[in-house]
Design a protein around this ligand. Sequence first.
Ligand code: FES
Length: 79
Amino acid sequence: MKQVQIHWPDGLNTQVTCGTAWLAAARAAGVTIPTGCLGGSCGACEIDVNGTTVRACIATVPASRSGALNVELASDPYW
Ligand code: FES
């Protein structure tokens, strides 16, 4: 399986297999993505992946041509 390097907020980096659920990848990195419905409708779990908004609860880590993905949390974790 293809691996991709994920750059999380706060300078964390992890190596993840493409196709891993975003929430699982975040948990493995020690990053908390806020969640609500877990069904793709509320938007609480939105993250920014290379500038594209993704609903983490229903999406998986995609392949990246550069081999790396930059993740920003769309919502303030201290909100
Ligand atoms: S938790 Fe509601 S859209 Fe992901």
